[in-house]
Design a protein around this ligand. Structure first.
Ligand code: ARG
Length: 269
């Protein structure tokens, strides 16, 4: 899994509004640099043997480069995201792409940040709530995608999506997380899973260190989180560190720019 990814591009990436604490309309990305940064991420995915699917960005959608929020996909089923009003215009593009590629697409009846708040880990779905995802979505995800949901509540808008606070490093074996980003019951739930847990500091996590993509062999992550990178290398993982300076102005990192298309279905589905 995490070997087939849907990406867009940064052609129209800019900060038109502030829907997370990292966005400031007076700090605009350098567009040419953002395009290169994004291309380098795509090149790194390809070098890691990942298949890339592409949906072109639209001029009226300044955040469309962050495809992770569009949906959660498992097998041939997709549950669409239900983003804040500022990002609603993106949804028809993603919906059309998924339908044209033969996915069964289900609408989200409540606020839902897509894969931003949904981290697949085998048959488990680490599912965020408390910021952009209504907790009632968890039952929808369990029913539509046949996941066992592990609810995790992030404690501040700084962790507006769970994929800034928790990362699946080796499915079923290892997770990385920032303890301060989760409430105590959620921390207990994570500890109860019986997987190795790598702790990440608030400092590295707020630089989007946890916003990584791992297929269990290669980890693609942002530059500038040397402690997490070292911990991952100690586990024998190949770590590729990439510049995300421009994307960070929109409040996103590496994982935000890719929607996983190959989460496997449960056996017997
Ligand atoms: N500016 C975007 C937003 O606030 C960033 C989304 C990043 N996505 C993510 N999966 N964390 O919606």
């Amino acid at each position: 899994m995490n070997k087939a990814l849907l990406v867009s591009d940064a052609a129209y990436f800019r900060v038109d509004y502030e829907i997370n604490p990292y966005m400031h309309t007076e700090v605009q990305p350098d567009n040419a640099a953002a395009v290169v940064e994004h291309l380098n991420i795509v090149v790194a995915h390809r070098a890691a043997g990942r298949r890339i699917e592409y949906v072109p960005s639209a001029p009226e959608c300044p955040d469309m480069v962050f495809t992770a929020n569009a949906a959660v996909v498992r097998g041939d089923r997709a549950v669409l995201g239900a983003p804040p009003p500022e990002r609603k215009a993106e949804m028809p593009y993603f919906q059309d792409w998924l339908i044209n590629h033969d996915f069964d697409v289900v609408d989200a009846p409540y606020a839902f940040s897509g894969q931003g708040d949904a981290l697949a880990c085998g048959d488990l779905l680490l599912a965020g709530y408390g910021q952009r995802t209504d907790r009632r979505m968890h039952a929808v995800l369990a029913r539509e995608l046949s996941y066992e949901v592990v609810p995790l509540q992030t404690v501040s808008p700084r962790w507006y999506d769970l994929d800034l606070a928790v990362a699946v490093v080796e499915p079923g074996r290892a997770l990385a997380y920032c303890p301060e980003a989760l409430d105590e019951p959620s921390r207990r739930r994570l500890r109860g899973l019986g997987m190795d847990l790598i702790e990440v500091s608030v400092e590295e996590a707020s630089r989007f260190a946890l916003n990584l993509i791992s297929d269990g062999v290669t980890v693609t992550m942002t530059k500038g989180a040397s402690r997490l990178a070292a911990a991952l290398r100690t586990r024998g993982l190949r770590v590729v560190e990439l510049d995300t300076t421009e994307l960070a102005k929109g409040g996103g990192g590496v994982r935000c720019t890719a929607l996983t298309l190959d989460n496997p279905l449960p056996s017997g589905w």
